[in-house]
Design a protein around this ligand. Structure first.
Ligand SMILES: [Zn+2]
Length: 402
């Protein structure tokens, strides 16, 4: 049987597993029930399993019939603090939800372990399955790297792949990736503007931090348009701003927070320098003080060009050319798979999971309380993970200098 046919026979089990995970979403680095469910799904397979120490990760190594190189496959497992409103029969009841489809990634990765375990006779080398908590801002990938996921098979992987579903934007069953940057770096600036409080009727006796903070917000937007190449863009959004208590009191301080997205290390560094300079300069001009705490988040997710092409070829071979499209632009979202791709050549791949009855152009996107992901993609995603590993190990054997 082909991988696709094998995967289709697993579809019922994959749907059950996904619904079980979906009903019990967990957030952050500590996902005990999810970890237990994954271990149960992997039970009986010939895997070397290691559990995380600082997080509830699962690393599983499958060894083929003969020694050879190693490929890493990653699926994230964490949910979001969103109250589900999809009305699906398996919807989560609490104030958390698998609104980014990580329940599908976990399921597809577990499915691929089952598929590959049945084909170790075709596997010359090792596959590392990286079940990762804490993708949604807790840097689970960073934790797993520090705990040695890249050495799990006794040698560093030659390639790494991650799948990510979307609940809209892509037709159901369509795979996409791109060469080079595919997702943004995401940093955060926390700014505190300190002046001197006073009576609202006599601003000359105070030092009002509010106009200074407002000017900073506008100056940051001008920085974006004047200091960055349109072909290497930057996004700065001030998403939170707080100051003052009522109309006739000049407050002591104003605080605001901005998210900063960029797609290259140089734009990332220049955004940081520019934001610090603009905030300090505007504060100086107004005679107020500004404190800035600039926190680096996930780096940009950058696909290796040859690996992105390998993904395109693998999708075409497995599911047909019509199931693959090149992404025209990177997306400004961020991903900690970037940490893995900073170490190992590989590719991040998106898979359309728009529900059959929804329009990909208007369906609710990932992170929405209405985001729904179609189970129909589970077996195809599992088959792709498995085929990427099988095919990549074969390519590595026949092209050792690649
Ligand atoms: Zn996600």
């Amino acid at each position: 049987m082909s991988l696709c046919e094998d995967a289709r026979t697993l579809q019922g089990d994959l749907v059950d597993l996904r619904h079980r995970l979906h009903r019990e979403p967990e957030i952050g680095l500590d996902l005990p029930r999810t970890q237990e469910t994954v271990l149960r799904a992997l039970a009986g397979l010939p895997l070397e399993v290691t559990l995380g120490r600082s997080l509830s990760s699962v690393t599983a190594v499958l060894r083929g019939y003969a020694p050879g190189p190693t490929v890493l496959l990653r699926g994230d497992m964490d949910a979001l603090p969103v109250t589900e409103r999809t009305g699906l029969p398996y919807a989560a009841a609490a104030d958390r939800m698998h609104a980014c489809g990580h329940d599908l990634h976990t399921t597809m990765l577990a499915g691929s372990a089952r598929l590959l375990a049945a084909h170790t006779d075709r596997l010359a080398g090792n596959v590392v399955f990286m079940f990762q908590p804490g993708e949604e801002g807790q840097d689970g990938a960073g934790h797993m790297l520090r705990e040695g996921v890249l050495e799990a098979a006794g040698q560093r992987p030659v390639a790494a792949y991650a799948l990510h579903v979307t609940s809209s934007g892509l037709p159901q069953g369509m795979f996409t990736t791109r060469r080079g940057p595919i997702l943004a770096a995401s940093d955060t600036a926390y700014v505190t503007v300190r002046g001197a409080g006073g009576h609202g009727s006599m601003p000359h006796l105070a030092r009002d931090p509010i106009p200074a903070a407002c000017e900073m917000v506008l100056a940051l937007q001008t920085l974006v348009t004047r200091c960055f190449d349109v072909n290497d863009p930057v996004v700065v959004t001030v998403g939170s701003m707080h100051g003052g208590t009522q109309h006739n009191i000049i407050p002591e301080e104003v605080r605001f927070e901005a998210t900063v997205r960029s797609f290259s290390p140089s734009a990332c560094a220049r955004a940081r320098d520019g934001i610090v300079r603009v905030v300090r300069g505007v504060a100086d001009a107004h005679g107020v003080e500004a404190g800035i705490d600039y926190q680096d988040g996930y780096p940009a997710t950058v696909n290796n060009a040859a690996e992105a092409e390998f993904v395109a070829d693998t999708v075409a071979e497995l599911h047909g050319e019509e199931r693959f499209t090149w992404a025209a632009h990177p997306q400004p979202g961020a991903e900690d798979f970037s940490r893995v791709l900073d170490e190992i050549p590989g590719s991040f791949v998106a898979l359309g999971a728009t529900p059959s009855d929804a329009d990909p152009d208007s369906a609710a996107y990932n992170h929405s309380p209405l985001a729904a992901f179609d189970d129909a993609v589970l077996c195809d995603g599992a088959a792709l993970y498995a085929h990427l590993a099988l095919r990549r190990l074969t390519v590595e054997q026949s092209l050792p200098t690649r």
